[in-house]
Structures are given as structure tokens and as C-alpha cells.
Design a protein around this ligand. Sequence first.
Ligand SMILES: NC(=O)c1ccc[n+]([C@@H]2O[C@H](COP(=O)([O-])OP(=O)(O)OC[C@H]3O[C@@H](n4cnc5c(N)ncnc54)[C@H](O)[C@@H]3O)[C@@H](O)[C@H]2O)c1
Length: 435
Amino acid sequence: MNISIFGLGYVGCVSLGCLAKNGHYVVGVDVSQTKVNQINSGKATIIEKDIAQIISEQKQAANIEATTNAKEAVLKTEISIICVGTPSSDKGHLNLEFIFKVAEDIALALKEKDDFHVIAIRSTIFPGTCDKVAQLIEKESGKKRNINFAIVDNPEFLREGTAVNDYFNPPLTLIGSDNKSAANKVAELYKKLPSEIIITDLQVAEIMKYVNNSYHALKISFGNEIGNICSELGIDSHKVMEIFCKDKQLNISPYYFKPGFAYGGSCLPKDLKGLQTLAHDMYVEVPVISSIDKTNEIQIQRAIKMIHQYGNKKLGFLGLSFKEGTDDLRNSPAVSIIEALIGKGCSICIYDKNINISLLTGTNKEYIDSKIPHLSSLMLDDAKKAIDTSDVIIINTREKEFIPLLKNCGDKIIIDMVRLDDSLLENSNYTGINW
Ligand SMILES: NC(=O)c1ccc[n+]([C@@H]2O[C@H](COP(=O)([O-])OP(=O)(O)OC[C@H]3O[C@@H](n4cnc5c(N)ncnc54)[C@H](O)[C@@H]3O)[C@@H](O)[C@H]2O)c1
């Protein structure tokens, strides 16, 4: 394919060389005449393992060229890949001025182009940017989105220092678009790479780099805080984290990564508090670890707010324990929200097949007696009865038995804390806590 690449920095130079190595003809565009001259004399614009040789070979094979003339590049190619910088603004937002400038340049070229053109954004952008770029191109070129051109988001995941290897072995190739044929065309560019190609919604792709990089920063900071605590205690933190990483079921795994309700139960809150206090006693600052329970509390407050907007209606809770399959009520977030809503005067009924109040003992009983002493008067022994007598149904545990009942509950409002089943998404009265 014939491709133009806008921006010949780290991402652009690597993409230019590697796409050419994979058999494409690539025209690089940059505002810097120096970078354009470097490419045209077979030199890389950056220092990065293997890229100098790739650029030299691809120049010799006449597979690459560079120019400062955007129009010329767009007119001789079918896809333009935008790799310009998106630095932080003073207020912490991404500064997208270079993206919009390139969009204008592409629009001016499209005025003179009859063939369909695909624009893929490889730079890191925030959700909504592709739509803005498309609007700008429509306005400047007079051409129509998805008739004359299409926008695709195709975020780059390479890391400097290992960029060429990362290009040829990415964790995945992500393509977001509202245009299937444009998405497939961009997917074609990467068909020689070994990784999975995922085609998804535009905005899902747009937010992905933020999610990834924030999580990577969180991993580093969490590891460092654990290291700081361990080192104060004379424990080898590397041995600790090596073992931590060996747990592929709970630690290094998709487990716990589904957005939903707050955590609870007897272990997570208690042990987190224990670690925070240990660090505090040794004067070790652990802001990441110390903010985890605050985030959890915010999630509980979010749920209370969502439910309390229907405060004058009858509220029916399906599930009370901190997760399905247990009668442990200790630190169950559902108990906290019910306690708060009772305090606000709401009318409540509860169904949980695992809770038999007469069988609750020990700290479990003490906990619930201190929070909702009249719990037995709120409990129903039948899920259908709880649904039938309520106007708003709150799902707290992932019990499959609720699904058919909720599908046939008419126009009752459903608030789901656990994403019980995707088929419920079809119901117009259904809301998830964070989806
Ligand atoms: N560097 C990385 O490791 C990395 C990894 C993944 C994603 N990203 C993202 O990719 C994007 C590019 O990053 P980078 O590090 O390659 O940036 P960079 O600053 O190295 O390169 C950007 C290039 O764009 C050129 N440019 C600016 N305006 C232009 C215009 N109007 N027309 C043509 N060229 C223009 C600049 O001259 C420069 O050469 C950013 O959004 C970044 O967040 C970077």
C-alpha cells in the first residue's frame, strides 16, 4: 500500500521504516526540513536500536521518501498516518494543536483528491479527538466523512529503547473506527505482525493509551511503595514481588479488573488498613496504598447517590453479602449503602438466599447488628417477591437466578452493581454503576 506518515519523530520514524520493511511504500512528512533531509539521505531521525539500518536499507530499496509538502504526500497515498507530538498543556490536558494542523493540511489536499482516503491517528489522543478531526476535515475540504474519507484511531504501544522490536511484536494491534472498510484497510497494514488485531469502537481505542499508561505508572508506584515498606522492614522487596508475580490467578491476571462495585468482606479492608498502618508507624509515605480505601468509599457514595435519586420509591436489594456464594456481611458495601439509605428514610426490602439471620454468628452477627439491627424485618425469602414489591431493583451479587426474573420485570428501574448479565443492557430502564 502507499502510505503517508505525518511526523518523523520516535513513532513516525519507526513506523516509516518498519512499514516499508513490511512491503509498503511510505512517504514521510515533517515540518522539519532537517528530518526530511535525514530520511532522504537514508538516515534515521532518532537514535533507536536497529532503526538506522532499516531506514538505510529501505531508502536504498526506494521504498521510502520524505517531504515537507503535505499535499503531495496525501495525493500519492491512500492512507495517512498521523504521528505528530501531543505534549501536555500547562493545565495537564493533551495539546492537540499539531494534530489539528495536520488535519487542516490533509483537508486541503483532499479538496483536490477524488479517491477515498483513510486517516489513521497513531498519536496519543483523548476520546472525541477523531470526531473533531473529521469535522475539521469536512469543513476545510468540503468532503464527507465515510463517503470521501474515514478516520481510524490506531494507537501506538512502542517503548523508546526497544521501539523496533516492539513494533514487530506488539502486545496487540488496536484499531478503532466507525467505518468497517477503513478499519480493515488499516488492519491490512499489520497483517504480517504476529499479534492479535482488535477492531473496536472509536472511543474505546481513543481512551486505551491513557488506561494503559496510567496503569503502568500505577504498577511502578505500587511496586515502589511495597519496596519502600519492605526495605524499612529489612525484607528483600525483589523476592516479594517475584513471588507476587507468580500468582497468575489473582495478581497478574484479568481477575478484579471488571469495573463495578466497591470491594468489601473481612480481608481486603482489614489487611489494607494493616499495611497502611505499618507504613505509617515507620514513617514510610505510601500515598498510592493509602488512597485505595478512599477510592472504595467514593464508589459506595456513588452508589448511594445513584439509588437515592429514586429515594421516594420502594427499593429492592438482590444480594446483601459482599459477594455471591457467601453469607459474610462484614464490610459488605451493600450493607453500607442500605444503612445510609435507611438513614435517609428510604423504604427497603432485601433478598439474599445465603443469609439466614438466625444462623449468623460471631463477628458476622455483631457487624450486622451494629449496622442494621432490624435486618430481619427487611428480608424476604423470595427474589420474585422482592422484585414485585419494589420500584427500583438494585443488584448486588452475581446470582444467575436473578437474570430471568429481571428480564420479565416490566418497566421497573434496575441499578446493577455487578454487571450481572450483558443481556440486561437491552433494557432501557437498566443502569450499571460504571458502564
Ligand atoms: N515516543 C514514544 O515512545 C511514544 C510511544 C507511543 C505513543 N507515542 C505518542 O505518539 C505521538 C508522537 O510521539 P513522538 O515521541 O514520536 O513525538 P516527536 O516529538 O518525537 O515527533 C513528532 C514529530 O512531529 C513533527 N510535526 C509537528 N507538527 C507537524 C506537522 N504539522 N506536520 C508534520 N509533522 C509535524 C515534529 O516536527 C516531530 O518531528 C505522541 O502522541 C506520543 O504521545 C509516543
